[in-house]
Design a protein around this ligand. Structure first.
Ligand code: E4P
Length: 222
C-alpha cells in the first residue's frame, strides 16, 4: 500500500509500520504543507522509501508535458509521474511512453472503466480510481474496479490498479475484494486500519494481568 500525504510526520509514522511501498501526492495535498513543490518532494524522498508519485498540473498538452519535465528534472529515480487521464493527459502519456527511459506513470482521476481501458492500452504503469469521489457521485467504484481488473487480466495488460480516495477502511477492504492490486490511503485511514478499539481493550486486559502477575510474584520467594 501507499500513503496519500505530503506531511512528514504522517509519512514517518506510516513507514514505521514497515508495509508501505511509497507515497502519493497531489496539488491539494501539497497545498496543505505550503512549501515549494521541489522542497517538499525532496523532504518526502528523505523520509520515505519506494516510489514517490508527483502530479503534473496544467490544462493543455504543452502545460502538462512541461510540468512533467520539471518534475523529472528533480532528478531522483524514485519519482514517478501522476498524469490526469484526459485528452491532453493521454497525449503526454503517449509521448513519454515512447521515449527512451520512459518514466513510471500513474494515470489519475479515474472515474470509469472506459478511461481505465485507455490507460491500459496507453501502457500506464498504474491507474488511480477515486473510490470515495465515485461513491459521492452515484458511481459504483467496486464495479468500475472489478470490470477494469477483468479487462486487464484478460488482455494481459501490466497496468496495476492503485485505488485512491477513501473515507473509511471498509472502502479499502471492498476495493481490494473488487480487484484492486494496491491502494493509497490517508494517514487517518491507515491509523484506523492498524488500531481497533476491541483489539486495544483486549491488549489492555492482557497488560493489566501481566503487571498484576509481576506484583504478586514480588512476594513469592524464589
Ligand atoms: C490520489 O491519486 C488522489 O489524488 C487522492 O487519493 C484523492 O483523494 P481525496 O478524494 O480524498 O481527495
Amino acid at each position: 500500500m501507499f500513503i496519500d500525504s505530503a506531511n512528514l510526520d504522517e509519512i514517518r509514522e506510516g513507514f514505521s509500520l514497515g508495509l508501505l511501498k511509497g507515497v502519493t501526492t497531489n496539488p491539494s495535498i501539497l497545498l496543505k504543507e505550503g512549501k515549494r513543490r521541489g522542497v517538499i518532494v525532496k523532504e518526502i524522498l528523505d523520509n520515505s522509501e519506494g516510489i514517490v508519485f508527483v502530479q503534473a498540473t496544467g490544462s493543455s498538452y504543452e502545460e502538462i508535458y512541461a510540468d512533467c519535465q520539471e518534475i523529472l528534472a528533480y532528478g531522483n529515480k524514485r519519482i514517478a509521474l501522476k498524469i490526469p487521464a484526459n485528452i491532453p493527459g493521454f497525449q503526454v502519456i503517449n509521448r513519454l511512453k515512447n521515449q527512451n527511459n520512459a518514466p513510471i506513470i500513474l494515470a489519475t482521476a479515474i472515474f470509469s472503466v472506459d478511461q481505465s481501458l485507455l490507460c491500459g492500452l496507453a501502457g500506464c504503469d498504474y491507474i488511480a480510481p477515486y473510490v470515495n469521489r465515485m461513491a459521492n457521485n452515484n458511481i459504483n467504484p467496486y464495479e468500475v474496479v472489478n470490470k477494469t481488473r477483468k479487462i486487464y487480466d484478460d488482455r494481459g495488460f501490466s497496468t496495476k490498479i492503485l485505488a485512491a480516495s477513501f473515507k473509511n477502511t471498509n472502502q479499502v477492504v471492498d476495493i481490494f475484494t473488487a480487484g484492486a492490486h494496491t491502494a493509497t490511503v490517508s494517514s487517518d485511514v491507515l491509523r484506523s486500519m492498524a488500531s481497533k478499539e476491541l483489539a486495544s481493550a483486549s491488549i489492555s486486559g492482557f497488560n493489566r494481568d501481566w503487571y498484576e502477575l509481576q506484583s504478586r510474584l514480588e512476594f513469592v520467594k524464589e
